[in-house]
Design a protein around this ligand. Sequence first.
Ligand code: 26Q
Length: 816
Amino acid sequence: MTFSTNGSPNGSPTRSPDRKTSELDARILAALRHRVGKTERAAKPHDWYNAAVLALRDDIIDRWFASTSAAHEAGAKRVYYLSLEFLIGRLLRDALSNLGASREMAAALEQHGLDLAALEELEPDAALGNGGLGRLAACFMESLASLDIPAFGYGIRYINGMFRQRIDEGWQVELPETWLAHGNPWEFERRESAYRIGFGGEVTSNDGVIRWVPGETIEATAFDTPVVGWQGKRVNTLRLWNANALDPIALDAFNAGDHAGALAAQVRADTLVRVLYPADSTPAGQELRLRQEFFFSSASIQDIVRRHVQYYGDVRSLPDKAAIQLNDTHPSVAVAELMRLLMDDHHLTFAESWDITRRTIAYTNHTLLPEALESWPLPLFERMLPRHMQIVYAINAHVLREARKAGLDDAAIAAISLIDEHGERRVRMANLAFVGAHSVNGVAALHTDLMKQTVFADLHKLYPARINNKTNGVTPRRWLHQANPRLTGLVREAIGDGFIADAEQLSTLAAMAGDAALGERVDEVKRANKVDLANHLRELTGIRLDPDALFDVQIKRIHEYKRQLLNLIETVALYDQIRSHPERDWVPRVKIFGGKAAPTYHNAKLIIKLANDIARRINSDPSVGEVLKVVFVPNYNVSLAEKIIPAADLSEQISTAGMEASGTGNMKFAFNGALTIGTLDGANIEIMERVGRDNIVIFGLTAEEVALKRAGGYNPADVIEGSRELAQAVHSIASGVFSPDDPGRYQGLMDALMHSDWFMVAADFDAYAAAQREVDARWCDRAAWRKSAIMNIAQVGWFSSDRTIGEYARDIWGVK
Ligand code: 26Q
């Protein structure tokens, strides 16, 4: 049987068990007995969780096969999304909700005294990503399935995904996260989909026949996870690669007593898929990282080419049947790998291969930060991938000849080259991706403009039609429908439930934004979500929060450009003001912070410590009482985001203008009726254009002004001394007011602010503080605030990842 897919909502009143429920119940019991191997009496909650997933999975598998064979029969073009990160979070609630089976499942479990929500909490987060880029890949996978586009996601099945963050005396401590510890009922190992991945060795040439003889070979095997679209219309595949030695154990060595040596090859293979690199915009250029990149790129490209040749017989029609999207430069080496397969295995010429490669591949850029632009030392690249090095040289020769013909000068040619010749020679992965792709896109309008003006200026001159913009989006199923059932119920009452599949229908709400009754109900929903969050945070941190206070939230990776420090310094300034003027009517605020720091990123870890030091001091000061509380939520992840975002009143999006490519958290908050305080950066600009200048609080320097200031004449020390509030806050932090146990702890951090302030914290401080007081004023006009909240919900439907994927499909992939 299959579940009804009438899109019926979660949260409607539970009916007495009907026929469907008892069918599902029977399947759960059968799964518990025969697949989990437990009786009802002996079953622990985890066993029930597994049985529930297995019962649901049967239905998903049927739809999965149907989707795959339909695409095959139609000869449909497929989308392949290559990403080293997929930050998918939990799957049970998502699958139930998209299948419209939440109520049946809840009712079936209830008959055994089990609570579905509690079982859902047992599922570990699949955290195979760092932050925005990985979460975008997950939203895209959901939208691809919901839009009925045949697609595969390709990545690595990391044993240890994102580390678990513990806070020890205010400091971040990283612990391994073992998401597979209890097994993973969502995945299917595909032993038959295995590929050999070579490393090192040498290249021989015999009568023009080129052969790469790798020095080491590792086997990639596939693990498939189904991705269920809205109403179960389509189920796509997320294919993650595992690594194995060809010979898991060298028996002769083992028998000769060399036990470790006998297992060495398997250990080398295991190491490849052991951990996710826990850095986001601060890449660690390690050899293992390049091995991971080639391992998964090669396996994916081999799989794509094999499938194509098997279905269509001729590799030359690949661009008509396959669209490969590179999620940043992490899979850039796929350009060279596809060229290698076409030339060396399929014996096409360079020109034919180059044409096919470019028509098949497209590339998305997610950052302009120079330190995050990947490049690899040429000797390392050549040693690990000697054949690919030759191909990179051949591509480079071809491209540089085109550049010469187009009349570009030496400086432009040096900038376009795939090899960086300054100092130690390096292979530039962004240039490789750019030239190997027919489309290069940025992720928000400003970011795309800056790509053209800065890092890719010369490549843009040579290929002026290639760069295009695809502003990011988020899936409204997970981030509104599932995360915020109360708001979803209310919106459904107001405008029907078409908005779940077509988020732009939310705009119908705009006409009702001034409706007082609706405003009050939106407020009640927000308050109920805040009560839930306050309870959860009390359990997590012991801190009691007042749900009537303004919940002011900054949750994202900790990075200097995201400026958690600006928020913290303003928090200290506010604390000073409250103590100096206790007679004023302060708006009670809860400042919520959350986020992980890359383990090697010293300043980011220090900022976490500062947040915790400030929180401890303020939360225990009776003179501020309930007016100001500060919480650092440990181990911020997708599941916590799903609890925090629906309860936020204010969304902090305060990066230095020009540095946040897009942001996607900003969109999730707005969908949930939070107002944004933000800079003119990334997608904030486009959010402002849609919700209207009156329904967002914008402050600070523009990207252009930041560039001008950096170019000369900016003296942060003058700015700091010129602002009383800022000076007081900086001096108190620097002198150890918040770190009496180690008064010098923040001296260096504050010195850097005074002497260079690359991120313009001082330059933007006064504007930010003023914007925060404007937030207070708006908060006091309850009717106006509620109206703004509704306008945010109504006008951000455009930021659905369905819209984004629709644009990729039309403009880049050429699929329906
Ligand atoms: C590279 C080499 C070695 C090790 C790590 C890396 C690495 C890993 C991850 C470099 C960058 C990342 C992640 C970048 C990222 O998350 N960028 C974010 O992408 C979002 C989706 O487009 C945007 O919304 C954010 O603005 C952007 O910061």
